[in-house]
Design a protein around this ligand. Structure first.
Ligand code: NAI
Ligand code: MG
Length: 493
């Protein structure tokens, strides 16, 4: 299969109040295949007025309409139907995802399975939300009700497009919220195809709306809108900070997942082959466009030289190619903008450290935003390539002396999303688990995560948690109910 096959340029509208509508300005923006740089779609660019329509539709669906009358079980059924649609159409969705964001097709197939699983998980969880009865004095009855937080604005990135949509939509629907989803402008296509099934799955108009366009316009309008109760965001720390400031005006609830500079730590006693694979997989999977990328590879001095050599040898085997080729292990970066950003870090890295492999554009690719898997070594943890999120296939390998040194370097970062430790010594492994200031820690692996487990960061990697029951909590309010049992409870005046 080739990604250069003729693909017609499809036009997509916004999905607002159960209808496909053009932008109020008539504007569209192009969407690219990053492996060919060809335009593959035109998408309606939502104006501030369109955002307002979407919020009004969500507001109306939340405040009246049939949605608030649905039972938790009904909402669960909707989620199971959506999961079924994803499974039935997973080949089409995976291909579209790869074509639009450049990730290898095999990875998109895993993503689509995870998307379906996420809808199924929250389908099952929907009717397990319960309040509690509280042990107050005998002359009162006190209990809590769990209620949906309201209208949620959900702004997502381009690295796992439909998966990030699922992580946000599924718990919101389970909780009884209404949503306005804004996909990244680079990768709106799978979410738009998904919108075709919302009505059939049983969602009333306005419960889920999907708008697209530049973050500075449509995203910013969503964050500022007084009709929105909560913003859930995944993306850059820079935009996360803008969102918190803007949301302050209306005191919206905000949850943020902002990526990081995660340490992947290798002790001399780790299983050698597994460790070398783990160092590469940790930072090169999905072209390194992963919020939890193990972009700082910390290696014990005893094995440092040999480890860098082994990583380099194996990295030579990573097959770059068109996303739709089944043997491709790394596709292009998502966009010209990301290619330029990563390329500038490659130039910086060559000055700040030594280059073991990579450092530029691979040979033999005329078109497409491809960059070589790159390993910088002898990197100091104060270097910019050790501190700033690059979001591309770039590893900074940093030596450490001993356990205390490893912990110090690992935590010396403004971020705290994830970390991993590789060792056969369980005492050391668990000491590291407790010492690392991050929301997700792997032992002898890096990257896998399941929908049952919480996902989110410490420090400047954001706040709030997605997935599992934690992800649902973020879409719920808690109401305290006090029932007086005394005939004349006050008797004060
Ligand atoms: P970004 O943070 O600008 O974009 C993410 C989402 O936020 C998109 O939907 C975008 O339209 C929206 N957005 C942008 N500006 C906004 C604003 N002012 N108000 C509301 N929404 C806004 O990320 P970008 O520019 O695509 O990538 C820049 C860097 O961000 C990457 O190099 C990477 O380091 C980081 N990043 C981290 C991600 C993560 O998973 N944590 C995902 C994507 C990017
Ligand atoms: Mg941006």
């Amino acid at each position: 299969m080739s990604s250069t096959a003729n693909v017609s340029v499809k036009t997509y509208k916004s999905y607002i109040n159960g209808q496909w509508v053009s932008s109020s300005t008539g504007e569209t923006f192009p969407v690219y295949d990053p492996s060919t740089e060809a335009v593959i779609a035109q998408v309606a660019s939502a104006s501030v007025a369109d955002v307002d329509s979407a919020v009004k539709a969500a507001r109306a669906a939340f405040d009246s309409g049939p949605w608030p009358q649905t039972t938790a079980q009904d909402r669960g059924r909707v989620l199971f139907k959506l999961a079924e649609k994803i499974r039935q159409n997973s080949a089409m969705l995976a291909e579209l995802e790869s074509r639009n964001c450049g990730k290898p097709i095999v990875e998109s197939e895993f993503d689509m399975a995870d998307v379906a699983t996420c809808f199924e998980y929250y389908g099952g969880l929907a009717n397990k939300v319960t309040g509690s009865v509280l042990p107050v004095p005998a002359n009162a009855l006190s209990f809590t009700l769990r209620e949906p937080v309201g209208v949620a604005g959900q702004i997502i990135p381009w690295n796992f497009p439909l998966l990030m949509a699922a992580w946000k939509l599924a718990p919101a629907i389970a909780a009884g919220c209404c949503c306005i989803l804004k996909p990244a402008e680079q990768t709106p296509l799978t979410a738009l195809e998904f919108a075709n099934w919302l009505e059939e799955a049983g969602l009333p108009p306005g419960v889920v709306n999907i708008i697209n366009g530049p973050g500075e316009i449509s995203g910013a309008a969503l964050v500022a809108h007084p009709g929105v109760d909560k913003i859930a965001f995944t993306g850059s720390a820079a935009v996360g900070k803008i969102i918190v400031r803007s949301a302050a005006d209306t005191l919206k609830r905000v949850t943020l997942e902002l990526g990081g500079k995660s340490p992947n730590i290798f002790f001399a006693d780790a299983d050698w082959e597994a460790a070398v694979d783990g160092a590469l997989f940790g930072v090169f999977i999905n072209q390194g466009e992963v919020c939890s990328a193990g972009s700082r590879v910390l290696v014990e001095k005893k094995i440092y030289g040999k480890f860098v050599e082994a990583m380099t040898e194996k990295a030579k085997r990573i097959k770059l190619g068109p996303p739709l080729d089944r043997d491709t292990k790394m596709g292009p970066l998502v966009s010209k903008e990301q290619y330029d950003r990563v390329s500038s870090y490659l130039e910086l890295g060559k000055k700040e450290a030594k280059t073991a492999i990579g450092g530029g554009r691979p040979k033999g690719f005329g078109k497409g935003f491809y960059v070589e898997p790159t390993i910088f070594y002898d990197v100091d943890n104060t270097a910019r390539i050790s501190r700033e999120e690059i979001f591309g296939p770039v590893a900074s390998v940093i030596p450490f002396e001993n356990e205390a040194d490893a912990i110090k370097i690992a935590n010396d970062t403004p971020y705290g999303l994830a970390g991993a430790v590789w060792t056969r010594d369980i005492f050391k492994a668990f000491r590291l688990v407790k010492s690392m200031r991050a929301g997700i820690i792997w032992v002898n692996h890096m990257q896998p995560t399941y929908v049952e487990a919480p996902w989110g960061g410490y420090k400047q990697s954001g706040f709030g948690r997605e997935l599992g029951p934690w992800g649902l909590e973020e879409y719920l309010e808690t109401k305290q109910v006090f029932v007086n049992l005394d005939e004349n409870p006050i008797g004060w005046y």
